[in-house]
Ligand binder design. Structure first.
Ligand code: KIV
Ligand code: NA
Length: 264
């Protein structure tokens, strides 16, 4: 399969071919995903899944660069997108450009993702005109969790839905190549998807977006702290891991491990 680029994704939207995306934070997981996925995202969700934070807010540029470097080494086919962490793009378009540039230059990302609508449009424009592809992210944007006051579905009201639709068009005008829609009503996600020339990637946004993304450790049933209804668990690795570790522990205690074949 050929390398996925911004042009590939645009063609997929035009042909109605769904875009498949997942997160990765390290080379091992990236190696499982690369052949299959169209997009691999180094999400700032790594703060919760890898670092054990309650939210994505504490994640720094240095953490994003380090994990993007890890993932980069095993990505040869998918498009590699890295999240811009909280406060790396909000202060000014110049700071946004500098930090986006670091994710490409030091991390090896091919594109960046940032959260928000009209308030980040100028930052998006600066990056795009410099040659950095930018992905948007609207709806339940986790870096705004304290402003939202919880993980509830966004844009259920007429006003917030209207604002989201305008933001989507504003971001497209600013040059984003794709837009993540997180935990918004399916009908709204469908409407936004039809209004845009660029592909939408949904997470908890129903079946009518141009693609889907999930956190890999959620669909594998490994990350158990949060259980959003939009996650489909394709396996229950947490139980399998616990059982294997228990076996090892018992074998060490009983002396059943290591055996003669495992010794020298
Ligand atoms: O950080 C993340 O993993 C994300 C996706 C789930 C969209 O932003
Ligand atoms: Na994110």
């Amino acid at each position: 399969k050929g390398k996925v680029s911004v042009r590939t994704l645009l063609k997929m939207k035009r042909k109605g071919e769904k875009i498949s995306a997942l997160t990765a934070y390290d080379a091992l997981f990236a190696s499982f995903l690369d052949e299959l996925m169209d997009i691999i995202l180094v999400g700032d969700s790594l703060g919760m899944v890898m670092a054990g934070y309650e939210t994505t807010i504490p994640v720094t540029m240095d953490q994003m660069i380090l994990h993007t470097q890890y993932v980069r080494r095993e990505v040869h086919h998918a498009m590699l997108v890295a999240d811009m962490p909280f406060m790396s793009y909000q202060i000014s378009p110049e700071e946004a450009l500098r930090n986006a540039g670091r994710l490409l230059q030091e991390g090896g990302a091919e594109a960046v993702k940032l959260e928000g609508g009209r308030s980040v449009a100028e930052a998006v424009r600066r990056c795009v005109e410099t040659g950095i592809p930018v992905m948007g992210h609207l709806g339940l944007t986790p870096q705004s969790i304290h402003a939202f006051g919880g993980w509830q579905t966004r844009a259920k009201s007429r006003d917030e839905a209207q604002r989201l639709k305008e933001d989507a068009l504003t971001l497209q005008d600013a040059g984003i190549f794709s837009l993540v829609l997180e935990k918004v009503p399916a009908a709204l996600a469908e409407e936004v998807t039809q209004s845009l020339d660029i592909p939408t990637i949904g997470i908890g946004a129903g079946p009518k977006t141009d693609g889907q993304i999930l956190v890999t450790q959620d669909l594998l049933g490994m990350y158990e702290k949060m259980k959003p209804r939009f996650v489909r668990k394709y396996t229950e690795l947490a139980g399998i891991i616990r059982e294997a570790l228990k076996q090892y522990h018992q074998d060490v205690k009983s002396g059943a491990f290591p055996s003669e074949e495992e010794s020298f």
